[in-house]
Write a new protein. Structure first.
Length: 331
């Protein structure tokens, strides 16, 4: 028998397990509240370094991303090496603390600069909500700081149940009255879609990640990112088309050269209305995915260490039934 020359598909990101230091996050947060950020870093960094040293898959994925980023944008200013992957992991550790501070009210409004939210607020004034596509980048929880400046703004973030349940439980306990709410779903079924439609009709916003193919996603589309083709989920675009509402991109990142905390919340309108015509549905979704990938690439050129996808992103397998977009969408 002739051995297959086709390399095995990279494992789905959801099968790699969750390593976001959830177990000790309460103790570390207590260290910060009592002693400050420097002692927090002193306690956390050995944990991060151990994780970096023992998880070769995540370390290699980080290096792959940084190499592609440097080739495409030159934002690092040098050829990435293993020490840059450690910096990448440490940036993730800092983001964990900022997530906790954002949700617990530990960051003032002055810690955040906002760009591009005028159109989103103008749309909200009509009484309707919108779909927001974001990614595993920066600190989305800081959107709460922005929401506090606009009374009544509610953001519903769709998260993967298996990976986010414990961490989001901690966030909710720290600030149960937050205007940012996490809805734990594995896929968007008809009941979930009806619930989200009600929220959009009431003027609320629904945020969904656009940079990971979900566990039960029946379809993905290709788009180029940092000079290489990758698979992207279609959920944000199908959801916006289904709910008949605008589609925005949003991310909150720490950028170099920014005063204070360095966080900037960027909002960009991708489409006033998402149309997925039956005879060109796949082409329309490819165009939307490419638009989001291009926006994300520009964002990361200014914040190279802010993308926290520590898995072989460009090697994601194409989900089954890719050739049946119409039937999947209708069902």
């Amino acid at each position: 028998m002739t051995p297959s020359l086709t390399p095995p598909a990279a494992p789905h990101w959801a099968s790699l397990g969750e390593h976001t230091f959830v177990a000790g996050v309460r103790l570390l947060f207590w260290v910060y509240r009592v002693l400050g950020r420097l002692p927090f870093r002193i306690c956390l960094y050995p944990v991060v370094t151990y994780y970096w040293a023992t998880r070769g898959d995540a370390r290699r994925a980080s290096l792959d991303y940084l190499q592609k980023l440097e080739t495409a944008t030159g934002s690092l200013g040098h050829a990435p090496a293993w020490r840059d992957t450690l910096r990448h992991f440490l940036a993730f550790a800092d983001a964990i603390l900022d997530k906790l501070l954002a949700v617990s009210g530990g960051l003032p409004q002055s810690a955040l600069r906002v760009e591009g939210e005028e159109g989103l607020l103008a749309h909200r004034a009509t009484g309707r909500g919108a779909v927001i596509v974001t990614g595993h980048i920066g600190c989305m929880e800081l959107c709460r700081v922005s929401a506090e400046r606009h009374r009544g703004v509610r953001l519903n973030v769709l998260v993967h149940t298996r990976h986010a349940e414990r961490f989001n439980r901690i966030l909710q306990q720290l600030h149960p009255d937050s205007e940012v709410r996490f809805i734990q779903v594995t896929d968007v079924n008809p009941a979930t879609a009806m619930m989200l439609a009600d929220k959009v009709a009431q003027g609320e916003f629904v945020a969904i990640a656009g940079d990971r193919v979900p566990v039960r996603q029946s379809m993905s589309v290709p788009a180029r990112f940092l000079g290489h083709e990758a698979q992207w989920p279609v959920g944000p675009y199908v959801l916006a088309a289904l709910l008949k509402c605008p589609l925005y991109a949003m991310a909150c990142v720490r950028e170099s050269g920014v005063q204070g905390s360095g966080y900037v919340l960027r909002v960009h309108c991708l489409a006033e209305q998402v149309a997925l015509p039956r005879n060109a549905r796949r082409e329309a979704m490819v165009a939307h995915a490419q638009q989001f990938a291009d926006w994300l690439e520009v964002l990361l050129a200014n914040a190279p260490l802010a993308w926290f996808n520590f898995f072989p992103f460009w090697a994601q397998a194409i989900p089954p039934r890719t050739a049946q977009p119409d039937r999947d969408h209708d069902r």
